[in-house]
Design a protein around this ligand. Structure first.
Ligand SMILES: NC(=O)c1ccc[n+]([C@@H]2O[C@H](COP(=O)([O-])OP(=O)(O)OC[C@H]3O[C@@H](n4cnc5c(N)ncnc54)[C@H](O)[C@@H]3O)[C@@H](O)[C@H]2O)c1
Length: 387
């Protein structure tokens, strides 16, 4: 399958991600079948998609003709999997993060769609290789990891499973370019891919800082806000849901290192049913809306360079393992998180010896092997241009 052969897309799951993925494909002129398990859910997905298109129309980002063409000719919604996939060239699955469910969808889709069709999963955590083995075409299966909200976030991680062919990678990468996204190749199927992987150790460090009583969540959030972030890490956790972050950390603890397990305060919050915004309380009280962060509380006990150091360290692991290039790691972080610079560009501001001793100190102080400096950091490679 070549990119020019892709005409029809099927999106499986019409939730937060699925309706957004359908929308960007429609905006690029593709025909899309959107499938969910119940007609009321699929209708809700279509409603969200249409409302988003209406906003674009109001802002004159699309024309009335384009709006009419998308809603009348290009978009098709259904609860029937066979109907959705039978003529599709690319299927993008965005169903819940449950491995057996994804395997079942891939096995059924494999049976029901043309033999050339490319099958992609939007999984945030699962092994692409394992999902691909539920089909008879593992060479045509890959990961397409979009970011939320799909319409606004430019990055797509294009992930190669152990059996994914180069043609599948290239065709799908170019499809992403055609939809106006910024794709980044992830050459190996590792837990967390690029963005979530590079950020996992800094999440663990911030949690350990709280558990050690060094700073409170609000003091850390105030620091991040003062540094120009729209939201601090704990408020962001509350916003997206502590239950989701808790599951992701448990997954990383099992798949990467126990050092990444949920920190004590987060575990206590989740056990108490305090998931953040959605339950009205998490690290903050959300009952009266977004919490006011008192910027005067910004901690001086946390060095922002420590947070960067553990991300840079993790990024060098991906380079050492051949998962992604230096440029692609920075491109992924900038476009997937909104940070102004990626970790490898940030690395240039560090003195190589300072970076090594900083990581050794953090590893010792918080008893986390994951912070130990990599060979690349110890050798000073990529730091201060020493490539
Ligand atoms: N939400 C995020 O921020 C985000 C970001 C990147 C990736 N992801 C990944 O995207 C996927 C979907 O996440 P989401 O946030 O859109 O979830 P969601 O719960 O909003 O949507 C999932 C949808 O899939 C539907 N569904 C369940 N079984 C199905 C089936 N057999 N066939 C078709 N549809 C089915 C559900 O009814 C639901 O509407 C997950 O794998 C998630 O890890 C989520």
């Amino acid at each position: 399958m070549k990119t020019a052969d892709i005409q029809k897309i099927a999106v499986i799951g019409a939730g937060d991600m699925g309706h957004g993925i359908a929308e960007i494909a429609l905006l690029a002129g593709y025909k899309v079948s959107l499938r969910d398990i119940r007609s009321d859910i699929v209708e809700q997905g279509v409603k969200r998609l249409t409302e988003s298109l209406e906003k674009l129309l109001k802002k004159e980002k699309i024309s009335k003709e384009q709006y009419d063409r998308i809603t009348k000719d290009l978009l098709y919604s259904t609860v029937d999997l066979e109907e959705a996939v039978k003529e599709s060239d690319l299927v993008i699955e965005a169903a819940p993060e449950i491995l057996d469910l994804k395997k079942e969808i891939f096995s059924d889709t494999d049976r029901l769609c043309p033999k050339e069709t490319i099958l992609a999963t939007n999984t945030s955590t699962m092994s692409i290789t394992e999902i691909s083995l539920a089909t008879k075409r593992p060479d045509k299966v890959l990961g397409l990891h979009f970011f939320n909200p799909v319409v606004l976030m430019k990055l797509v991680e294009v992930i190669k499973g152990d059996h994914t062919s180069e043609e599948t990678m290239e065709t799908t990468y170019n499809f992403c370019v055609r939809t106006g996204k910024i794709p980044v190749r992830v050459e190996k199927d590792i837990p967390g891919f690029i963005v979530n992987r590079v950020q996992a150790p800094s999440g663990a460090l911030l949690g350990a800082i709280v558990d050690h009583g060094i700073a409170e969540p609000e003091e850390i959030d105030a620091l991040f806000r003062k540094l120009g972030k729209p939201m601090g890490p704990f408020e962001l956790n509350d916003f997206t849901g502590l239950d989701i972050s808790f599951d992701a950390r448990n997954y990383f603890a099992q798949a990467i290192s126990p050092d990444l397990a949920p920190f004590k305060l987060m575990k206590a919050k989740v056990e108490a049913g305090e998931y953040g915004k959605k339950t009205g309380r998490g690290f903050y009280d959300w009952s009266k809306g977004r919490p006011e962060i008192d910027l005067s509380k910004a901690t001086e006990k946390v060095d922002p360079k420590d947070i960067l150091a553990v991300q840079i360290n993790e990024a060098t692991k991906l380079i050492e393992w051949g998962v992604a290039t230096v440029e692609d790691i920075d491109k992924a972080i900038v476009n997937g998180t909104g940070n102004k610079k990626g970790p490898m560009e940030e690395a240039q501001q560090f003195d190589p010896e300072d970076l090594v001793s900083r990581l050794e100190r953090l590893s010792r102080e918080f008893n986390k092997k994951i912070f130990e400096p990599t060979g690349m950091i110890r050798e000073g490679k990529y730091i201060n241009g020493q490539d």
